[in-house]
Design a protein around this ligand. Structure first.
Ligand SMILES: NC(=O)c1ccc[n+]([C@@H]2O[C@H](COP(=O)([O-])OP(=O)(O)OC[C@H]3O[C@@H](n4cnc5c(N)ncnc54)[C@H](O)[C@@H]3O)[C@@H](O)[C@H]2O)c1
Length: 292
């Protein structure tokens, strides 16, 4: 099956990135939002990003030519003739299922439905449609225009040709697709989350200070950033939420939130976005470790 027209649900951080990447790859893209103001915000972000890519000579066409393939809408009917729908709305099972159920009766029957969810089971989402065999996960990474990976998620119900189309579509977007199955966390979070939580436990147990642990992992392992810098970047609230979903699925201590993470979240110290987390961002260019 050939994909020509792409529908994206949600024009937030991830939806706008996915839409931009799909338009850059030559697809016609329609983005659905609940309100025009979110489309305006998302499109302003895409235009700014495309202009930067244009200046650096990283896109084949002008930013305007890519922009011309992008449309925003608040009407589900405008997605009726899409070949693939990529959902990137808020991380809430009921909200996602409601949206899939409504679109199932509108979007053409052979279209593929994909979700960018980080933690919700793809199998649970597909139960809200009459097209379980045409449902996959396409898990992108933030910021989508820069991060090369897409995890392509298969459920027990996914048809082989649908899965292959999703995998090839990932390549056409200029990403490197990896195959994975519908197990909470997929590949990256399955391995990354216990590592980040272990860094917090090591700090709690006095193994090293926040900046020493960060420097150790950066310089000793060649990681682009240490675990506490990464935790503050991802958001401590988001990480805390994911620990619950993963612990609930596997019931293993390595996925359980350490007490310090819970306390930081209760105090509203979410990391970079709230100005405080493991580091203090009063001077954003020179974050200082907090005394915890
Ligand atoms: N933020 C990340 O780093 C990251 C990485 C990978 C995957 N994800 C996943 O991507 C999804 C979106 O995350 P985000 O960070 O972009 O969130 P976000 O809050 O930035 O964007 C979500 C957008 O969805 C819109 N929305 C909500 N309900 C809608 C509906 N019924 N129809 C259309 N639009 C609707 C909201 O108005 C909002 O603009 C989540 O499932 C998340 O787990 C996020």
């Amino acid at each position: 099956m050939e994909i020509k027209k792409v529908g994206v649900l949600g024009c937030g951080l991830m939806g706008s990135g996915i839409a931009q990447v799909a338009a850059t790859a030559g697809f016609d893209v329609t983005v659905l939002e609940v309100d025009q103001k979110y489309l305006d915000q998302g499109f302003a972000g895409m235009e700014k990003s495309l202009a930067k890519f244009g200046e650096k000579g990283l896109i084949q066409e002008t930013p305007q030519a890519v922009r011309a393939r992008l449309k925003g809408t608040t009407k589900m009917q405008d997605l009726a003739d899409c070949d693939i729908i990529i959902e990137a709305v808020i991380e809430n099972v009921d909200e996602k299922k409601k949206l899939y159920a409504a679109l199932d009766g509108i979007v053409k029957q052979d279209a593929i439905f994909a979700s960018n969810t980080s933690s919700i089971s793809i199998t649970e989402l597909l139960t809200s449609t009459q097209r379980p065999e045409r449902f996959i996960g396409l898990h992108f990474f933030n910021p989508v225009p820069l991060m090369k990976l897409v995890e392509v998620v298969r459920t027990i119900a996914t048809a082989g040709d649908v899965y292959d189309t999703g995998y090839e579509f990932g390549k056409k977007l200029g990403k490197v697709p990896v195959r994975t199955s519908d197990k909470t966390g997929f590949i990256v979070n399955r391995l990354l989350v216990p590592y980040l939580l272990d860094a917090i436990r090591a700090f709690e147990e006095g193994v090293g200070s926040i900046d020493d642990i960060d420097n150790a992992m950066k310089l000793g392992c060649g990681y682009p950033m240490g675990p506490f810098t990464l935790l503050d970047f991802v958001g401590l609230d988001t990480t805390y939420y994911i620990t619950h979903v993963m612990y609930d699925e596997f019931k293993e201590r390595r996925f359980a939130s350490p007490p310090l993470l819970k306390r930081l979240v209760m105090a509203g110290w979410y990391g970079r976005k709230s100005g405080k987390g493991f580091y203090d961002y009063s001077d954003p260019n020179h974050p200082k470790p907090n005394k915890l």
